[in-house]
Design a protein around this ligand. Sequence first.
Ligand code: FES
Length: 163
Amino acid sequence: MNDEFGFNLWRYNGAPGELIPLLQSAQNHFGYIPRRAINYISAVTGIPESEVYGVITFYSQFRLQPMGKYVIRACNGTACHVSGAEMIIEAIQDELGVEVDGTTEDGIFTLNTVACIGCCSLAPVIMINESTHGSLTPASVRKIIRRYKRNEKVSTKDLTTRR
Ligand code: FES
C-alpha cells in the first residue's frame, strides 16, 4: 500500500528497525523530512513524535530542512585538511552566514562537508552542485561564492521581468 507521500506502508509491521525506511521514503519524496511527515509517521506507527525526531537527528543522512538550490560540498579530507580546508570552510560560512549542514535563509545555498571528493591533487577542493573548484584560497572561494550570488540575482531578476 502506498499512501499520498509514497510511503510503502504495507511493509510496516511495527518492528523497531522499520522506522528508518519510512523516514528514507519521506526524504526521497520531499527532499527532506517536513513536520507533517513526522506527524504522519508518528500517527501511522504509534511511535511518539519526539522519538521519530530523535532518530532523524541521530542519523546524518536525514535532513529537517530542504536543500538549497546550490549544494556546496566542502572537502575536509586529509589532503584538503592539510591544504587549509578549515580556512576555506570558514570563508564560505562567513560569506553565506550559515553553519556547516545549514541552508541560507533564502534557500539558495546549503553547505555540507565531505571526507573526500576524489580529486586530492586539487586540494583544497569544493563542489558546487556538479562543478568542482580546486586549489582554493579563502579569497578565491569568496570570489566564486559571490559569482554564484550575482548570477542568482540576475536569474531572479530575469524571472521577475518576464512575468
Ligand atoms: S581529500 Fe579532498 S579531494 Fe580528497
